[in-house]
Design a protein around this ligand. Structure first.
Ligand SMILES: [Cu+2]
Ligand SMILES: [Zn+2]
Length: 167
């Protein structure tokens, strides 16, 4: 009789341990679908930032700027509703290579192959997934031209051609 409670206790231990391990490994992530171009971006929370896996089609071949914009709104054709780049301080200064400051939404350019597809992973330590998933969300925006990383306000990146809401 005295063995029975012990067996139950052991069974409980075995059952709970794998669940705890799974939770520790599982990362928070959000999948965002692009408008304007095809494809998706997956934003995964990292210990010191956010990893972005970008798989898009329908771009013009060559280099394109890609930034995190401050509002999760891709509802208009020009994607202006997404607002400016996410930023942590005023005055807002754009550019990964700008000595004065850098927007938290600034990212390295992506390259579209001859078939218009781009597949890449980008890491930023300037934001967290929680920052991006704030009340009004955020958007990952792809531009027509590359970012020169220094000029204002968007590094000469031109029109917004793709937009994906991160929420
Ligand atoms: Cu942008
Ligand atoms: Zn910027």
């Amino acid at each position: 009789m005295s063995r029975l409670p012990f067996m139950f206790a052991l069974a409980g231990l075995v059952a709970t341990q794998p669940i705890v391990a799974t939770q520790a490994i599982a990362a928070d992530s959000a999948t965002a679908n692009f408008k304007g171009v095809g494809g998706t971006a997956i934003a995964t929370s990292a210990p010191k930032g956010v990893l972005l896996k970008v798989n898009v089609t329908g771009l013009t071949p060559g280099w394109h700027a890609i930034h995190l914009h401050e509002k999760g709104d891709c509802s208009d054709a020009a994607f202006k509703m997404a607002g400016g780049h996410t930023h942590g301080a005023a005055p807002v200064v754009h550019g990964l290579l700008n000595a004065a400051a850098t927007d938290t939404g600034d990212l390295p350019n992506i390259y579209a192959a001859g078939d218009g597809s781009a597949h890449t992973e980008l890491f930023t330590g300037l934001v967290t997934l929680a920052d991006l998933q704030d009340e009004d969300g955020s958007a990952l925006v792809i531009h027509a031209k590359p970012d020169d990383y220094t000029s204002q306000p968007i590094g000469g990146a031109g029109d917004r051609v793709g937009c994906a809401v991160i929420k």
